[in-house]
Design a protein around this ligand. Structure first.
Ligand code: TA6
Length: 296
């Protein structure tokens, strides 16, 4: 796991959980549990890796991902918050994915690991987004991945936000995969943004950057070569975003090898409503995604 980063141990948090660091001092949480392996960075509280014993990884991480404190990491599950895409003077997809989080709590048992990451407002965030907040990413890792993003308004005024758990799935090959369970209505940014209708089963054979209305059922990503179905259940979202830049798009991204579009697909639990979601003072809301696999 992440061998190419030559990580070194900093601290043992519990039997399965270690803090490790790379040559630039960038910190990672590495989990080696009897049932799975997983990794996060404190930069963005980003899940970078999850793999069950005897399975291919579920989560895709770019081999060319750049790890520094300025950039979002290409792959894993970036936390987009408090905006999705571009908004006012905020960075694309918000500042949560390029902020340094802390580990708030952790816990493990024979089934798995629970770990909570926390981000609070700071002078820097307040300058570009003038609210006091607490953002918690609670990860429950067993034979499933469950991620809950809890947004808490600690300010005296309401705030409005958008968000996404921007999951990059690891595929054998995009041509061997199909998706069912997405809502039939979607708008595609690459095609004039007008509302379109999809069929029951979707095969991705060209670039896609589409916002589907929230699905009322479980979404299934079937991978024939890996002989598995990935099930995705989202809550607290208003949409599912599906993204693959394809070869031309990947060529324009310095942190993504040109041909790697073949092995990834983003299916995101997202709040993309242009009016945003409101959280009243001292209240919180939860956005979640739950990912499990079954062999075919
Ligand atoms: O979620 C889809 C999307 O918003 C696309 O428009 C695409 O640009 C992608 O996210 C990646 O964005 P990033 O800022 O991480 O390069």
């Amino acid at each position: 796991m992440l061998k190419h980063l030559n990580l070194r141990k900093k601290k043992q948090l519990s039997e399965s959980i270690q803090v490790q660091y790379d040559s630039a001092g960038f910190e990672f949480i590495i989990i080696e549990h009897a049932n799975f392996s997983a990794a996060f960075t404190l930069h963005g509280a980003q899940l970078l890796h999850f793999q069950l014993q005897d399975q291919q990884p579920i989560i895709w991480l770019s081999e060319a991902a750049i790890f520094n404190d300025q950039k979002a990491i290409r792959g894993g599950v970036p936390v987009c918050w408090p905006c999705f895409g571009k908004a006012n003077n905020l960075p694309n997809h918000g500042f949560a994915r390029t902020s340094e989080w802390s580990v708030e709590s952790f816990n493990e048992n024979t089934q798995g690991v629970e770990i909570e990451f926390l981000l609070r407002d700071s002078k820097e965030t307040y300058k570009i987004w003038p609210y006091h907040f607490e953002l918690t990413l609670k990860a429950s890792l067993t034979d499933k991945i469950k991620l809950e993003l809890i947004s808490r308004n600690c300010d005296s005024k309401p705030f409005i936000y958008n968000a996404a758990l921007h999951t990059y799935f690891n595929l054998s090959n995009i041509s061997s995969c199909s998706i069912t369970g997405l809502h039939k209505n979607y708008s595609d940014k690459l095609d004039a943004s007008k509302l379109k209708t999809s069929s029951k089963s979707i095969v991705i054979d060209k670039p896609i950057d589409a916002i589907f209305q929230k699905s009322s059922t479980v979404i299934k990503l079937t991978d024939e070569l890996f002989a598995r179905n990935i099930s995705i259940k989202n809550t607290g979202n208003d949409s599912e975003v599906v993204w693959n830049p394809w070869q031309n798009g990947a060529q324009m991204l310095t942190d993504m090898p040109d041909s790697s579009y073949n092995n990834m697909l983003c299916i995101e639990s997202a709040i993309t409503n242009p009016m945003g979601n409101v959280i009243e003072s001292q209240q919180s809301r939860v956005l979640s995604t739950e990912i499990s696999i079954e062999s075919k």
